[in-house]
Write a protein that binds this ligand. Structure first.
Ligand code: U5P
Length: 266
């Protein structure tokens, strides 16, 4: 199935644009619980309210040698009708990117990946060649330091453009299989609005809701297309750790339902 079709189907399955970030942090999880047990309960509690899960590989690498096993088992727990996006921010010389692509798509079986544009087209091509998978290119990220490079003005096709605008334009040029999307932070509303107007057919992965304080209403208004689609609105800590201790799963379910309903309301 083509990635855009899968995205649409996943959104329709629970009438949701919410994507929960599975970022298990031993400092915030209930004491004595493994990351896999935590993820299992989070997925069971939140699945009815989401279109998918975004799995940041950093939290699994940080678990040491069990990390990959937990990551791989977590991917298998995600219901097949929902999306699994590996937030890996990959990108290296072509030959190395081929190995990165095999890892996230063949080994983990994820539906999508995040990738950095910094090394250029040949660093992304191995991912793009998986025509049914989604590649979300970092365009205007949610963190404060994102302005250091992304907001630099540069000469592009005879005009002064911000670097993030060049990234978006190149991403569109590379989108011959319609499997490329952009990462745009929920803390960057002005750029989110501009990008949506310029790229009405591209999916956007939008992190920064919840702990980072992104504005949910503005995110829906600026980030979705005219039919209210093509946005994956992401929250991790705001859902995973909405309540502490033994009530974490119930807290996550409530937070996810509330966010899904608010998105649909807006
Ligand atoms: N993420 C961002 N901003 C970006 C790209 C990715 O926050 O521009 C990722 C983080 O690495 C983390 C998640 O995995 O999205 C946000 O987590 P939280 O702030 O909702 O807890």
């Amino acid at each position: 199935m083509k990635f855009l079709e899968k995205l649409k189907q996943a959104g329709n399955s629970h009438n949701s644009l919410l994507c929960v970030g599975l970022d298990p942090d031993p400092k915030l999880m209930p004491v004595g619980m493994t990351a896999l047990e935590f993820n299992r309960e989070i997925i069971a509690a939140t699945a009815p309210f989401v279109c998918g899960y975004k799995i940041n590989l950093a939290f699994y690498e940080a678990l040491g040698k069990q990390g990959w096993e937990i990551l791989s088992e977590t991917c298998k727990l995600i219901p097949p009708e929902l999306l699994s996006i590996a937030d890996a921010k990959r990108g290296d010389i072509g030959n190395t990117s081929k190995a990165y692509a095999r890892a996230v798509f063949d080994e983990l079986g994820c539906d999508g990946v995040t990738a950095s544009p910094y090394l250029g087209y040949d660093s992304l091509e191995p991912f793009i060649e998986y025509q049914d998978k989604g590649i979300f290119i970092l365009c205007r990220t949610s963190n404060q330091g994102s302005a250091d490079f992304q907001m630099l003005k540069t000469e592009y096709l005879g005009q002064k453009r911000f670097l993030y605008e060049v990234v978006a334009d190149k991403s569109l040029q590379w989108n011959r299989y319609e499997n490329i999307g952009l990462v745009v932070g929920a803390t960057q509303q002005e750029e989110l609005k501009k990008l949506r107007l310029s790229y009405p057919k591209m999916p956007f992965l939008i992190p920064g809701i919840g702990a980072q304080g992104g504005d949910l209403k503005a995110t829906v208004e600026n980030g979705t297309n005219q039919s209210g689609q093509l946005a994956l609105i992401c929250a991790s800590r705001g859902i995973l750790y909405a309540r502490s201790g033994s009530e974490f799963a119930q807290g996550a379910a409530e937070a996810a339902k509330q966010m899904r309903d608010a998105i649909n309301h807006y």
